[in-house]
Design a protein around this ligand. Sequence first.
Ligand code: MCA
Ligand code: AMP
Length: 507
Amino acid sequence: METVTHVRPATTATARHLPLDVLATDVLSEESLPRAWRARWLENPRAVVARTEDGSQIRADELEERSAAVAARLASAGLVAGDRLILSSGPSIDMLVAYVAAHRMSLVVVPVNTAYGPTEIRHVVQNTTPRAAIVDDKRRGQLVSEASTEPIVITGCDVRLPTGGGVPTLDVADRDTPALICHTSGTTGAPKGAVLTSGNLLASAESVRLAWRWSPDDRLILALPLFHLHGLGMGINGSLVSGASIGLIPRFSPEAVADAAQAGGTMFFGVPTMYHRLANGPHLPALRRLRLCVSGSAPLAAQLHAQIESGCGQHVLERYGMTETVITISNPYDGERKPGTVGTPLPGVEVRLATDGLGGAGEIELRGPSVFGGYLNNPTATAESFTHDGWFRTGDLGEFDADGYLAIVGRSKELIISGGYNVYPREVEEVIGRHPAVVEAAVAGRPSEEWGESVVAFVVADGLSSDDVIHWAAERLAPYKRPTEVRFVDALPRNDLGKIRRDQLLS
Ligand code: MCA
Ligand code: AMP
């Protein structure tokens, strides 16, 4: 039985994030993402919305026109509002146009990691039964096609499909229209599809627009992958809602970020691994000229925070997000940014801790306009992830300090976060366990300065080498899930019920 000892009402924390001239706000006043985007395009049609390293760029009026043309082609191929569309691509202007087109005609975007192999793709395709897939790689398109039991339209990011069929209605989505299904584990093992509405996505984008003082003059340096909500929900949606411009960097490197900063970038969003690499190389001083640096997806070590501050003067703003809730808690733009904390609730968000009644740390529970309604095809997992009175259980453990800032102090869920990517222990264990010479296997996250955590496999087996295990996993899992170290053991630690004690593996 949970006991809730801390409640932070939305009003108190909201005031901390709003600019002084904004007294109150309704983050859903523009109703849906496409309506908000279109309003910005009409306000400033000549504004550059996105540019790439090779000098290509797209203006607001061009994005409006090109996305309408792509929507018409998708409609001609038979897609209608509510259909699911896989989008799996590296960052590019074509990919951005396709993403915008899908939202404008109320398709449900299913982002898929570009490093996924056959098994991972099959899981997503079978769970979401998409009508179409836009991919930047023929082989991935083939994998999607093979995994689909229904006829499916597969096309590249330029969406070269014939026109002349149906004409889609654009920009009519409302706050309840399903807009995106992103796969994540929640608090338990197998990846589940979190269904986010256009209202969930708008609320999160609008709240960071306000809280981080995002303006049409901003130029975001975006080197994140565009198949997670850090890159999509904060980076793309936030920029488009603000009428700002996006500098797309297809592959992160400290040098590329430094070049973009020299070329007029104003903000950088990254995961701690990116900051670690910037801080331990020659390019850190280039961050000095930025207006704002934000970190999220995994804990930013206080020591790294200090190293960045002394190297380039930036007080990195750390915030807390999750696929199911997009973004909910942030350090302030104005006011103290406390290392080791994720700050206070964003506009409209309420946070409480479920503790054992003695105060202190407890599971973080959330409510607010960016919190999703449930997982696709999984009423049991949905029911388990909400409390009886409707709060979302995050599986993260938190503690408030005296100023109301929240620190993430641990996780109650089984999850390893490596370089900002989630690795679900059970998925890796099942793959290793299928090796004919393996008796059993378990994995845990070893602390790592660069990656945050690294995957270590504990294996009971005869006659295998570490390389055999790593190679076996590498052939079946995306690279970030593969173990970086294998330890052979005689037996795995178990509790009285026979369940593996992952928490004891590394001790
Ligand atoms: C790449 N590799 C990794 C990772 N990334 N291994 C472990 N963990 C990783 N995260 C593999 C590569 O495939 C490569 O394998 C080897 O490690 C070294 O690659 P390297 O070139 O050094 O790495 P990289 O390709 O530069 O990638 C590092 C990265 C990347 C840029 C930090 O991991 C990244 O973009 N992470 C961000 C993930 C993210 O956006 N998460 C948000 C989810 P090989 O040598 O075999 O080729 S959470 C979220 O969205 C919520 C809402 C939130 O709060 O933000
Ligand atoms: P995902 O399911 O991929 O969206 O990952 C969400 C998880 O990332 C959260 O539940 C946290 O465990 C973790 N996370 C995100 N931001 C932070 C942060 N600033 N500090 C610590 N953990 C974070």
